[in-house]
Structures are given as C-alpha cells and as structure tokens.
Design a protein around this ligand. Structure first.
Ligand code: DP6
Length: 619
C-alpha cells in the first residue's frame, strides 16, 4: 500500500435493511480526503482541527485516535516521540466515515514513516480497534470503503465485496444540519416491524431494492438506479426515518431533474443524496439546494487508457465524395498490424490539452483533436476539460498509419471515458471524422471500411492464416503533404481519378473473394496493383504528388524479383516513401535474410495480423 490518503464514504442504498441481513452499497467519497503526516518530536503530539497538544491530554472524542497510535507504536516498536498532524475534509458525525478515514490515514502515515509495508489486512485490523472505540460494534464497512477505489457491497456476516461500477454522472450530497441518533432510528424500526406486517413488508422491499441496484451500478443504468433510490426513500419515510427537511430536499432535487433522491445513513436528519445524469442537472440541484453544505461526488471515470494498432490498406481509401462528411469514394480493406500501435490516455484536467509523443501540441493540432473529442463530450452533456496523451511506438505521420491508430485509440478511450457505450460499428461511424483509415484500426485482422450513407467498418476475416507484413522504414520524417490534402488535389485535378474509383471498386470485391479462399497469390497481386494505381492517380495530379523516394522504387524492384524467386511477397505504399511487404508468415525468415542484402535489418519491422482496439485500463 503506498497511497497515503484515505477518503470519506456515502451509503447509496441499503441503510436500515442492512441490519436485517440485506446488502448495503457504499461509495468512496474521493472529494473528501484525510491525510496525516508524522515527524519526530520531543513528546507525542497531536495536531488536528479538534485539538492541538500533547497526545496524553487529548479529549475523550479522540480516544480512538490515541488507541490506534498506541497500537501501531507497539506493533512497529516505535520508541521515539512523534508529532502527528491530521488534515481532514470529512465532516464528523454525518455518516461519512470520518473516524475510519482519520485512523486509516494515521496508520498509513506511521507505517510510511518507518518505511514498513502495510497490508490491507493489517490496516483493516488496526482500523477496527479505532472503530470499536468510536462506534461500539462496527460492521467493518467504513474501514473498507474509506480505503477503496470502488463501490462496495456489504452484508452482515457475509463480509464486503467490491462492485465494478459503470456509473457516470454525479451524486450531490446535502447536509440537512439536523442531528439525529441512528441508534434510536434502528431501535424504532425494530419495534415497528414487530408490531405490524406492513412495516416488515416495507423493510423487505427496501432490502430488495438495494440488492437490485447492484446490477444497475454494474450496468451503468443511471435512470433505473435513480428510480430505485426514490422508491427506497418512500419506504424509509414509511418506516419513520425521514424528516420534513429531508422530504422537501428530495422533492426539490426531483423537481429540477435529478434521477432519484433519498436520505443516506441513519435518517431523521443527516444527509440527503441526489443522483444526477450530467453537469446541467448537478448544477440545478446544487442551486435549488442553495449550494450550502452541498458536496458533489463525481461518478465519472477520471482516466481511461486505450490501445489501437495501425492498419495498412490492401485496397486503399483515396478520395472523398464529401470532404466535410468524410464520405469515401470507395470502400477499402486493410490488415491490422500487431507491432505498430498508439496508446492514448484521456483524463480529467484543468484545461483541454494534447500531448503527442511527450510534446505538448500547439493550438491547431490540439483544436483538431479536441473537436473530435467534443463529439463524445457534448453527447454526454459534459463540459469538463480533458488532457489527451498519445504515444506512438513508431514514426508519426510518415505514411505508417499513425493517424489511423491514433484516432482509433482516442475514439475507443473517449467512448469509455464519456460513457457513450457505443458498439465498435457505431464507433466506426464517428471515428471517420478523425481520420477515414482510423475506422479500420478499431478492428483486428482483415477489415473493411464500407462505403455507405453512414460509412462503417467491420472485421471481414480474422487473418489467422499464413499472413505477415514487413514494414520497411525508408524515411522517418513527417510527410510534406498530408493525405487529406493529397486526396483533395487528386480528386480535383487527376484525369485518372475516375478510373481509380472504378478499379478500386472491383479490387475490393475480388480481394474479399480471395481472402475468403485464402488465395494468397491473388490477395498479393491486388494489393500491389491497387497501391500502384493509387500512386499513379496522385502522380498525375496537378501539381503532381510524389511520395516516393529513389529507395522506394529500388525496394519495389527487389520485391518483384524476390516474388519471382517464389518468396510470395508484394509491395504496398501509402502517403509516404515507406514500403510495406505483404508476405506469408512461413516465408518471413527467408525473405528478411534476402532483403537484408539491401536493407538494414533494423529498418524492417516484422508484423503479424494485430488485434482490434482495446481499453488497457481505467480508474
Ligand atoms: C493512403 O485516413 O489519413 O493511407 O480521412 O483525410 O484523415 P483522412 O485520410 P487518411 O488516409 C489514408 C490514406 C492511405 C490509404 C488507406 O489507408 O486506405
């Protein structure tokens, strides 16, 4: 454990029902943190909001703290005197886990001070000592949640299990300022359910609502969770643990669009929570609750990291029918490569920013990326700024499809970060606005980008047969003219462009048939002639667009000779001088040896078919 902070907690569902064996759900309240620091001193000294002075003169409310400090000193055999400074943002006595978080942070700080590793088990064991003094008979729930990164489900006698949350949006918390006794509320409910079956039924329903809400949390079903929360509130009211002030706060939140609202904790006072879909409703609830004693729990993901692999088109996409709408003139087909990829992180930030390969990008690059991110951000009704950090494991913008893997990774990360829940096909429809070829990097193997009213990509064949590609890097420099610009010029000025479109259309049909038959020879022949025709169309533009360098032509010649010698190899080039050689897995070794007579081995990247885009991690 190296995280020194602990945080607050809030009960989402299941209070009171938990006493009768139903599950209760608690959320970590990251916005309310506690940190402790330790220094050597000439006496044991405590510095916190409630008290500053010698530890042995601390007030009785801090007995839990004193006991925990003594316990850790004893376990770690700390003989010297310590000054312990505690900084807590959690209001005490509000059911927000203040005591558990404070003692947790002290324990972590003391172990850190002695540079001794603290296990989660040891931490919870010592927290329990403090919590027994503070609360009599603690369930153990607080100790876990105040140190947990995820929501937890707690059942009496059955322990605590983490819940994988897909919730997005906000929970607004409001303190009523009314102090009430949880103990009394628990005792009163016990009386009620003894006296009348209606109350017992209400309690059972309350427990079932809590347990049903687990699935809503896992599925990210905010509206249904909100509905269950409001139903729970009605039952809690029936069980006499609401309060006029709670009732009116609940009504106010629902009136301005909250998905659900209820009391949290023991009731009859304490706090109220409202579940909000987006920033607009969050702010409306805060305003209606006059923003006083209000806190917000952000349920959104703070960081998502995704990876997408580059793809090389065997039947190229070259030219747009409608540039603004990124409508291709022809369908294209590619192979995703395992060795070339982009990793992209999207995370919350104080301002929008884009960092590529370690360099903070200027305004025009950043705007382009942010415009793309906005397609996801606006749809999720969020405004909060983000920082995008992308790293390519290969040269950027050198005709090696970095924009393909880049936008595919970004789309994948943004889809998750902004909780859009789009399928890969739906995502491909949007990804084209970053880059047309990026639609294909969402998928693995052989992928088609289908010309359509809403062009979309799909995996055509998994490519788990005898296929490989050798990428020959001739020049790592950024290309002089972007593919977007080059396409536009070709479409507008090349007399051969219409012929390109016709031949690309038949290429794709023939390519699909050849792939299905695993007919490598035909796949290779179409790959090579399609690339040459695309380059012919751009070379005939005015002014001509020539991405090739002498070395490009030289390799084309070598590949042709090696193919004639039976090495099954065909060349393809994109918007750059580098050559990609399509071959068979079984021929790679011999081919590399032959090629190395002309090309330095360190300039050859040997690739197999790669996978589609994936989320690497999220938090
Ligand atoms: C030669 O996808 O980079 O690599 O949609 O304008 O961003 P925009 O173009 P882009 O073009 C790729 C062109 C190509 C062929 C291909 O990958 O299909």
């Amino acid at each position: 454990m190296d995280e020194l902070l602990s945080h607050g907690k809030i009960i989402l569902m299941g209070e009171h029902a938990v006493v009768y064996g139903y599950g209760a759900i608690a959320l970590p309240l990251f916005s309310h943190a506690v940190s402790s620091t330790i220094e050597k001193s000439d006496a044991d000294f405590l510095d916190c909001a409630l008290y500053q002075g010698k530890l042995n003169h601390a007030p009785i409310q801090l007995n839990n703290v004193s006991a925990v400090i003594a316990e850790v000193k004893n376990r770690l055999q700390i003989a010297e005197f310590l000054k312990i400074t505690i900084k807590s943002q959690i209001p005490s006595g509000r059911g927000m886990g203040s005591s558990a978080a404070v003692v947790s942070s002290i324990i972590k700080a003391m172990y850190h001070y002695k540079s001794i590793f603290l296990t989660q088990e040891q931490l919870l064991e010592i927290v329990h000592i403090g919590e027994t003094i503070a609360h009599g008979n603690p369930s153990g729930l607080d100790g876990v949640v105040v140190n947990s990164k995820v929501p937890v489900l707690f059942k009496r006698g059955k322990g605590i299990v983490p819940i994988q949350s897909r919730l997005h949006g906000y929970l607004v918390i409001r303190d009523t300022g009314v102090v009430a006794s949880t103990k009394q509320a628990v005792a009163d409910i016990a009386q009620l359910i003894k006296s009348d079956g209606e109350y017992r039924d209400a309690l059972d329903q309350l427990g079932k609502l809590s347990e049903r809400s687990i699935r809503m949390i896992e599925e990210g079903n905010m509206s249904e969770l909100g509905r269950l929360m409001t139903l729970a509130q009605r039952l809690l009211k029936l069980l006499t643990v609401s309060h006029p002030q709670i009732d009116s706060l609940v009504e106010e939140a629902l009136a301005v669009g909250a998905l659900g609202a209820k009391l949290t904790g023991g009731g009859r006072g304490g706090c109220v929570i409202a579940l909000c879909q987006d920033e607009i409703v969050r702010d409306a609830v805060k305003e209606r609750w006059s923003d006083e004693n209000c806190w917000v729990l952000d349920l959104n993901l703070k960081l998502v990291k995704a990876r997408a692999h580059a793809n090389i088109a065997l039947v190229k996409y070259w030219g747009k029918e409608n540039e603004e709408q990124v409508m291709p003139y022809n369908s294209s087909l590619s192979l995703t490569l395992d060795k070339l990829y982009t990793d992209t992180i999207i995370e919350s930030s104080d301002k929008d920013a884009f960092v590529l390969n370690g360099a903070v990008q200027g305004s025009s690059e950043t705007e382009k990326i942010i415009r793309f991110v906005d397609r996801f951000r606006q749809a999720s009704h969020r405004k909060s700024p983000v920082r995008i950090t992308s790293v390519n494991n290969f040269p950027t913008a050198a005709g090696l499809a970095s924009s393909a893997s880049g936008f595919a990774a970004l789309a994948t990360a943004a889809n998750r970060y902004f909780n859009r829940n789009m399928s890969k096909k739906e995502l491909s429809v949007i990804t084209r606005f970053g880059s047309g070829s990026a639609t294909r990097s969402l998928f693995g193997g052989f992928v088609v980008w289908q010309k359509d009213e809403n062009p979309y990509a799909y995996e055509f064949d998994s490519a788990d047969w005898d296929i490989a590609m050798i990428v020959v890097v001739i020049n790592k420099e950024k290309k002089e003219i972007s593919s977007k610009e080059a396409m536009r010029k070709t479409v507008l000025t090349s007399p051969y462009y219409p012929a390109w479109v016709v031949s690309a259309q038949s290429d794709i049909e023939n390519m699909k048939k050849a792939i299905k038959k695993h007919d490598f020879k035909v796949v290779g022949e179409i790959t090579q002639s399609n690339a040459l025709r695309m380059h012919a169309s751009m070379m005939s533009a005015i002014p001509p667009i020539i991405y090739w360098q002498p070395e490009t032509l030289n390799i084309l010649r070598i590949v042709d000779e090696l193919n004639k010698k039976g090495l099954d190899c065909y060349a393809t080039m994109d918007a750059g001088p580098n050559v990609k050689i399509l071959t068979r897995q079984s021929k790679v070794e011999t081919l590399v040896e032959e090629l190395s007579l002309w090309i330095d081995k360190k300039n050859m990247i040997i690739c197999s078919p790669g996978e589609g885009a994936t989320i690497l991690n999220e938090s």
